[in-house]
Design a protein around this ligand. Structure first.
Ligand code: F6P
Length: 559
């Protein structure tokens, strides 16, 4: 728990439900999941929610039905439903920036209406989608060519944070839907190794750059974009005014003026709006590279997937509402069990970047220590997410998950049908996908139920080894299954997590939609750059550590 509080705190701990949950926790803590299942044998079939294509089993959590009732009461006590509706209606719930939060409008179907601040945002969204469709159709058919008349084969998305993680993750997840000979690459880091490595084997004549930046002022993105423009002109052997930039650079941004300043024709700009947060923007024009690769129809399915979960979040009763229940369970461990993190384990290699994507979504949203009114929070906020695809993680960090001293709640994600499969046996009776999924089910089972010392001793294990082999179990997990990793399913999964973030942020009373904590580092980096590169600039820093580090660096660089 945080101790740094003031008398004006948003004191969630004062609510009736919070106090009841505190009193209830020791009772649940004392129970092993083996016992929980023994006294409530139907929970494996009943503590499940089906939403869209997602089958979600939350029975292997350290919650009793009474716990769930109390958590739902907590949600009611802070008027979660009212707060949710305020978001969907476009109220300015991002108070520190005085903005609506309307990523859900990005996936409303054509014909729906939502007026915000007097403007029909759904019409605006579909106008941009249509422009994206026209452009990507031209790319995919070969009608749009590069400066020398060759068709585009590679789209390089240059962006960072939400302007990179979403499209990069989704592109990889939808590898099997890439169908027009256009592949994508993603450059984000201001470390030149990223751009240089990415461009090394590319042909400038067949490469298109999508410069993706909501603000069009992000240092990393503009620096990489400028370097990419230089690369292109050099490779093509043309000058900046020869028209090549217009054929090889398009922009995705909310800032037309800065796009034009950079030299990109605003006719080749795809817009979005200040009510779309960066980490909520993969379903806006920020998804342009994905649309180029998979086509506008698959992109429409992707958006539909989000919308399925949006409708569920908006209308399902709280007890049957997947983002609500999973968000509440996340909060339960975070605040009542002092869990340090949540691990996300997709049993899908194509979802390798999912945990990285969720890190920005959850941690930039809910890593806040003041509430929406600027008062210190009184409880820990901001779940820490991490993870790797199964089965790789099993051979790396699962040891700690199974036998370590910390409880790490886990989200397992798996699919019935594989994106790729290979036979295991020569006769074709087994498949690698079945092998993968047998690991999924085994891990969730072992985490929950473990193996006792008696069971191990009964197998004839040497007595001095028994303690080492005990599998304590009692470690919670959610199992999320879907028939297949489709565009719609990846949309559904993203929305499932977006709304969990909302639920937790709403209960903590924080603003999940600003990110002031990233600003100071940006400003100081700008100031320090001068000190690093200009030998005439005084190296002296206020603190002795930064001072010595900068002197060391300047010395190494001969400055
Ligand atoms: O790191 C802060 C941040 O503003 C993120 O919220 C955002 O996704 C990222 O930078 C990129 O911003 P932009 O799209 O404006 O370049």
């Amino acid at each position: 728990m945080t101790s740094d509080t003031t008398e004006h705190d948003h004191d969630i701990t004062g609510t009736h439900a919070w106090q009841e949950l505190s009193a209830h926790q020791p009772h649940v803590y004392a129970m092993h999941l083996r016992e929980v299942f023994a006294v409530d044998p139907k929970r494996g079939r009943e503590l499940v929610i089906d939403v869209g294509d997602l089958h979600i089993d939350y029975s292997k959590h350290r919650v009793l039905r009474e716990t769930l009732d109390l958590l739902v009461s907590l949600a009611r006590e802070v008027d979660l439903e009212g707060k949710r509706d305020a978001m969907f209606w476009g109220e300015h719930i991002n108070t520190s920036e005085d903005r609506a939060v309307l990523h859900t409008a990005l996936r409303l179907p054509q014909g729906a209406t939502l007026k915000v601040d007097g403007q029909d945002v759904v019409a605006d969204v579909h106008e941009v989608l249509e422009a994206m469709g026209t452009f990507t159709d031209a790319l995919r058919s070969g009608e749009w060519t590069g400066h020398t008349g060759k068709r585009i084969e590679t789209v390089v998305n240059i962006g960072i944070g939400g302007s990179d993680l979403g499209p990069a993750m989704v592109y990889q997840a939808l590898r099997h839907y890439v169908d027009a000979g256009i592949s994508c690459r993603f450059v984000s880091n201001v470390d030149p190794a990223d751009l240089v490595g990415t461009l090394a084997d590319l042909d400038a004549e067949t490469t298109l750059f999508v410069i993706a930046s909501k603000t069009f002022s992000t240092l990393e993105t503009l620096t990489n974009a400028t370097a990419a423009r230089t690369w292109l002109l050099e490779k093509l052997g043309v000058g900046p005014d020869d028209g090549a930039v217009a054929k090889h650079f398009v922009a995705v941004s909310t800032n037309a003026e800065k796009v034009a300043d950079f030299g990109i024709d605003t006719d080749n700009m795809f817009g979005f709006w200040d009510w779309v947060g960066g980490r909520y923007s993969v379903d806006s024009a920020i998804g342009l590279s994905v649309m180029a690769a998979v086509g506008k129809e698959a992109f429409a399915d992707f958006l539909h997937g989000f919308n399925v979960v949006d409708k569920h979040f908006r209308s399902a009763p709280l007890h049957q509402n997947a983002p609500v229940i999973l968000g509440l369970i996340g909060l339960w461990y975070n605040n009542f069990w002092d869990a340090q993190s949540r691990v996300v384990l997709p049993y899908s290699n194509d979802m390798a970047r999912f945990a990285a994507y969720l890190q920005q979504l959850t941690m930039e949203s809910n890593g806040k220590s003041v509430d929406a009114h600027g008062h210190h929070v009184t409880v820990d906020t901001g779940e820490i997410f991490w993870g790797e695809p199964g089965t790789n993680g099993q051979h790396a960090f699962y040891q700690l998950l199974h036998q370590g001293t910390r409880m790490v709640p886990a989200d397992f994600i798996g699919f019935a049908s594989p994106t790729d499969d290979l036979p295991v046996d020569a006769d074709g009776s087994g498949s690698m996908h079945d092998l993968l999924m047998s690991n999924f089910f085994a891990q969730t089972k072992v985490l929950a139920f473990g193996k006792t010392a008696d069971e191990i001793a009964a197998e004839g294990v040497d007595s001095h080894v028994v303690a080492h082999k005990v599998m304590p179990g009692n470690r919670p997990s959610t199992s999320i299954l879907a028939p297949k990793l489709t565009p719609s399913v990846i949309g559904q999964l993203i929305a499932l997590y977006e709304h969990q973030v909302f639920v937790e942020g709403a209960i903590w009373g924080i603003n999940s939609f600003d990110q002031w904590g990233v600003e100071l580092g940006k400003t100081q980096a700008k100031e320090l750059l001068e000190v690093l590169i200009d030998p005439a600039a005084p190296a002296a820093q206020d603190d002795s550590s930064t001072d010595a580090l900068i002197r060391w660096y300047r010395g190494e660089r001969g400055r």
